[in-house]
Design a protein around this ligand. Structure first.
Ligand code: SDX
Length: 431
């Protein structure tokens, strides 16, 4: 624990409490209020957790003012440029960059866990063909808790590691098969001679009727998108996984809960919502109309892909994603993609508008990712499943870290109650 010799003095009513201050290796100090209710008889109130530290972690650090994102201390722009997704997975899971031997062993392990139990095919077939792939992912990942219920003793570090490997390895197969099922094409099985991103692209786009060649530049762009979404501190879906697993629940069920949370348009669903918004805007001349709507307090419309709870200058992932969008669209010969033109003009218009500057609203990771994914041939319904695939390593790394903490307690928040106070039951004839 990051103990310091500092305390915060809190005085209210006839009470004065000295609360310990914990000093991090980076970021703001933390006032430990865990004894506040016992000593002071009061709760703190922070519904959106805007000022609340929910846990101690060593995995990811974000500085919202600097636009800094570090995974185990390594900045995201360096990892995106020099590393690759499975190496970042190792870093997130184990805390250090792997040696060549460690990396080879890890990649071999992941590669040999990519197949699903054949019985799981039946879960896909139970869905309607028009089921959203995110609904299928929630269901199928949840169903994994029925396949590994007898080999997931979460108190055993080795079994926690095996569950982590299975989830990282199988998520691309599940996401790809959810896509294939939605388009009425046969499932394509993973291949052990392909790297992680190439395997996913082939499982999505190969058909039995012909050979499929993975374009190495698209595979590199896919791998970079996986890396940019890998982990992000205590975001809503990661916090969901931590809270679910604090009760000792089956890890696959906990990850299914994380997928469900990520689905929302305020979170991982924003990449799909953003592309749909850009399509609705359609042409550059309609941008002022949508900027006005986003600023209108009486209009619930928000610019999807803009704003962030933590980043208040820029999202470093959006910067890398924007560069990748230019590269991929140039490669595909669609550099004059009308959606990309609208996105770039919208970004420029919003950044020049005082409303967005004052509220510190900047493009986030979801603003450009959809443009790349669409150019690669994915339907918008696959954007959030790809985010979920990428974030699985973040969820399982944070899950592993929490379960290894001997001080782990079940998460059980309290409330500000403003409902009816004690009153007696009234018989129906007397009401
Ligand atoms: C992700 O937490 C993470 O790390 C998430 C994530 C990850 O990797 O896990 O980074 C991934 O979820 C990125 C965010 C994707 N969501 C969107 O792009 C949806 C659009 N963005 C907003 O819904 C919003 O910006 C949030 C949800 C992202 C953040 O909301 P906050 O921090 O709760 O801020 P807020 O809603 O209190 O807004 C502050 C002000 C409000 O105006 P006032 O009430 O102060 O007058 O800014 C306005 C909001 O109306 N505002 C926007 C806006 N976002 C906030 N106005 C117009 N367009 C927007 N997008």
């Amino acid at each position: 624990m990051a103990d310091s010799n500092k305390t915060a003095t809190l005085s209210f009513g006839d009470k004065t409490l000295e609360l310990p201050i914990l000093s991090p290796t980076a970021g703001p100090d933390v006032i430990d209020i865990s004894k506040l209710y016992g000593q002071g008889g009061v709760f703190t109130h922070d519904p959106g957790f805007t000022s609340t530290s929910a846990c101690e972690s060593t995995i990811t650090y974000i500085d919202g003012d600097k636009g800094e994102l570090l995974h185990r201390g390594y900045p995201i722009d360096q990892l995106a440029a020099k590393s690759h997704y499975l190496e970042v997975c190792f870093l997130l899971l184990y805390g250090h960059l792997p040696t060549a031997a460690e990396l080879e062993k890890f990649e071999t392990t992941i590669t040999h866990h990519t197949m699903l139990h054949e019985q799981m095919v039946n879960f896909f077939r139970g869905f309607r063909r028009d089921a959203p792939p995110m609904a299928i992912m929630v269901g199928v990942v949840g169903a994994m808790s029925a396949f590994y219920h007898d080999s997931t003793d979460i108190s055993d570090p080795r079994q926690r590691e095996i569950a982590s490997h299975r989830l990282i390895a199988k998520m691309p197969t599940i996401a790809a098969w959810a896509f294939k099922y939605s388009v009425g094409q046969p499932f394509v099985y993973p291949r052990n001679d392909l790297d992680y991103a190439s395997n996913f692209l082939r499982m999505c786009f190969a058909v039995p009727a012909e050979e499929y060649q993975v374009d190495p530049i698209l595979a590199r762009a896919m791998d970079r998108i996986f890396t940019l979404h890998a982990d992000h501190e205590q975001n809503a879906s990661t916090s969901t996984v931590r809270l679910a697993s604090s009760s000792g629940a089956n890890p696959f069920a906990c990850i299914a809960a994380g997928i469900a949370c990520l689905w929302g348009p305020s979170h991982g669903g924003a990449n799909q919502a953003c592309l749909e918004m850009l399509r609705e805007i359609g042409t550059v001349d309609r941008i002022p109309e949508f900027i006005a709507r986003a600023k209108d307090k009486n209009d619930p419309f928000r610019l999807m892909g803009f704003g962030h709870r933590v980043y208040k200058n820029f999202d470093p992932r959006a910067t890398v994603m924007k560069q990748s969008a230019d590269e991929v669209l140039d490669l595909l010969g669609v550099e004059d993609n009308p959606t990309l033109q609208v996105a770039k003009e919208l970004e420029a218009a919003a950044l020049a508008d005082p409303y967005f500057a004052e509220k510190k609203l900047f493009p986030n990771v979801d603003f450009y990712s959809g443009i790349i994914l669409e150019a690669m041939g994915f339907p918008t319904s696959m954007f959030t499943p790809i985010f979920a695939l990428s974030r699985t390593v973040g969820w399982v790394s944070q899950w592993k870290e929490q379960l290894a903490d001997p001080a782990l307690k079940i998460g059980r928040p309290r409330q500000l109650y403003t409902g009816a106070t004690l009153r007696d039951y009234v018989d129906v004839e007397d009401r």
